[in-house]
Design a protein. Structure first.
Length: 286
């Protein structure tokens, strides 16, 4: 190409523009790093989340295989406020913490309950309450307490609290000399729900939010117990050596609570009952 084809810019001018753009990019990353974000996030300007995308209305994929849900919108908004893009990696629930520890993502946003064993290996930024219920196919006997499922088959997702609670119910049933629950584990909530629908299991141990979603979107097919039997805090999982990221997420979440954007997301998805009343510190407290 001839120099006059570059008009109104000359090659030296273009070189200066390119150098200036490179300098701006170089200056942007240190700014994010100075704000406490890890170097990898600061340089890529991308916040990568691991999530089990089979848990509507919190995280799932639409007909275009695009991640959607309350947690997705929350994560996207947190990243936006940090001047970052988001990337979502679909990981089976049982593999979320190993994936985070292996560096496949920067954080977990996937209705991860805050529990002592998890806090031994990761930190968690509280952002909601979660509750557990039993979901049934319409026409089946409905109960609230898992111990009332003695001798029955109950589906759950591997690695979830529902599985642990069903195992605890079995310990109680064993002590009482009663038939245990047959716990049938699946890698995803979608698979567990499908097994309930075709009658391969008697119930599905799931979060209240998931049960409510399936109830609303499958009218006349799914029913839940009259009340949740378990309630616990949920948090964003972050590696323990990334205190800056935890602090940044904690601060931006507090601002979302203050300006109403947090409430707007939860109202949109019909899960207002899970909202926190006030921000909480990262667990364990930094």
């Amino acid at each position: 190409m001839l120099d006059h084809d570059l008009s109104p810019f000359t090659r030296p001018a273009l070189s200066r523009l390119a150098a200036g753009a490179a300098l701006c990019a170089a200056l942007a990353a240190p700014g994010l790093a100075a704000a406490g974000l890890p170097d990898a996030i600061a340089s890529s300007k991308t916040l990568t989340f691991c999530s089990a995308l089979s848990q509507p209305p919190l995280e799932f994929v639409d007909e275009n295989q695009t991640p959607v849900g309350a947690d997705i919108e929350l994560g996207d908004e947190l990243a936006k406020r940090l001047d970052l893009k988001t990337k979502w990696i679909n990981i089976p629930f049982s593999g979320l913490i190993p994936a985070l520890q292996a560096g496949q993502c920067d954080a977990i946003l996937s209705q991860l309950f805050i529990k002592a064993p998890r806090l031994e290996v990761i930190d968690q930024v509280p952002y909601a309450w979660s509750q557990e219920i039993l979901a049934f196919k319409k026409g089946s006997p409905v109960v609230d307490d898992p111990v009332e499922m003695s001798g029955k088959k109950v589906a759950s997702v591997t690695g979830t609290t529902a599985t642990v609670l069903l195992e605890q119910a079995n310990e109680k049933l064993k002590a009482e000399g009663k038939a245990p629950i047959t716990i049938v584990e699946f890698p995803t909530g979608t698979a567990a729900f499908q097994q309930l629908m075709i009658g391969q299991v008697d119930a599905y141990g799931a979060s209240f939010e998931i049960g409510q979603y399936y109830d609303q979107h499958n009218p006349g097919e799914i029913v839940t117990g009259s009340k949740p039997f378990y309630k616990i805090l949920t948090g964003i999982g972050v590696r323990k050596d990334e205190k800056g990221l935890s602090k940044a997420l904690e601060e931006q979440f507090a601002l979302m609570m203050k300006d109403g954007s947090y409430a707007a997301i939860y109202k949109k998805w019909g899960i207002e009952s899970d909202m926190l009343d006030a921000p909480m510190p990262t667990q364990p407290a930094n």
